[in-house]
Write a protein that binds this ligand. Structure first.
Ligand code: NAD
Length: 268
């Protein structure tokens, strides 16, 4: 079946869609006319239902919600299977779900369970999301878009971000290798690499440094804002705009890239 056969609409899956960058991306892609498969943890069910209802009302597209954990292979397989069953195909996979844990490196080694969790979600979660979406895209006859969530911390290290940074460098590695694997099928693979984007994740990092250094809340975020050329934090919609471009036909010749959206904080 071609990616647009069932309704003429392309289908995009977004993981971690209940809030932040994932939610903004869901709204943006619905506005672009995509039908959506949205995925998040069972504990985010109430929030994801509101996101889906609002999108259906505002944009008239079809939205299917699936719940699970991106670090569990069987959950990601079920996500793709369910979306294909209900919406007919998959054109784009946005492997957005991710977490951040801040520690100095030696403190991180003392919390092995947390370290495993971070790598499982950020690295394996991206790998499984790409794997099952790519299998489906190839089955459909090729063509499609895989988009990962890298970070400015996947371009350079930051204090007390060792494993997070490693996980985002890993996303870049997956993106580059997968671009080579799937280029022959007409599937492009890219990632967005946000700087500091105003979401729960960033507020968590800010709280960590406030607690640790005795600084007022907001200090860490303000530092990022004032160090950027544009003197502001990213909003989730800034990142969603890039995803919209990546999945569009206009980005057909761009693959293997992890693209900074950071208001001019890191120049590569
Ligand atoms: P967020 O914390 O605001 O939202 C993340 C969403 O993912 C939540 O809805 C959460 O429930 C979901 N999620 C978490 N673990 C999951 C799992 N195991 N399975 C399924 N869903 C899960 O985060 P955000 O700031 O929107 O970040 C989105 C992505 O962008 C992440 O990969 C993050 O690392 C990356 N990123 C964010 C920033 C930033 O400053 N906010 C910067 C660079 C990169």
């Amino acid at each position: 079946m071609s990616s647009t056969e069932s309704t003429g609409k392309r289908v995009a899956i977004i993981t971690g869609a209940a809030e932040g960058i994932g939610k903004a991306t869901a709204v943006r892609l619905a506005n672009d006319g995509y039908d959506l498969g949205l995925f998040d943890l069972p504990r985010a069910q109430e929030r994801l239902e509101v996101v889906a209802d609002d999108i259906r009302k505002a944009h008239g597209v079809r939205v299917v919600n699936v719940y699970g954990d991106v670090s569990k292979e069987e959950d990601v397989k079920r996500l793709v299977d369910t979306v294909v069953e209900e919406l007919g195909s998959v054109y784009a996979m946005i492997a957005n779900a991710g977490i951040c844990i801040n520690r100095t490196l030696h403190e991180t080694t003392a919390t092995t369970e947390q370290a495993d969790k971070l790598l499982d979600i950020n690295v394996k979660g991206t790998f499984y999301s790409f794997k099952y979406a790519a299998l489906q895209m190839i089955k459909q006859g090729g063509g499609g878009r895989l988009v990962g969530a890298a970070s400015i911390a996947g371009k350079r290290g930051f204090p007390e971000h060792a494993l997070y940074s490693a996980s985002k460098f890993a996303v870049r590695g997956i993106v580059q290798s997968a671009a080579l694997d799937y280029g022959p099928y007409g599937i492009t693979v890219n990632a967005y690499a946000p700087g500091a984007c105003e979401t729960s994740l960033l507020r968590g990092v800010d709280e960590y440094f406030a607690g640790k250094n005795g600084q007022p809340q907001g200090t860490y975020m303000e530092m990022f804002s004032s160090n950027s050329a544009l003197k502001r934090l990213a909003q989730p919609e800034d990142i969603a705009n890039l995803v919209s471009f990546f999945v569009s036909d206009n980005a057909a010749y761009i693959t293997g890239q992890s693209y900074l959206v950071d208001g001019g904080s890191c120049f590569d």
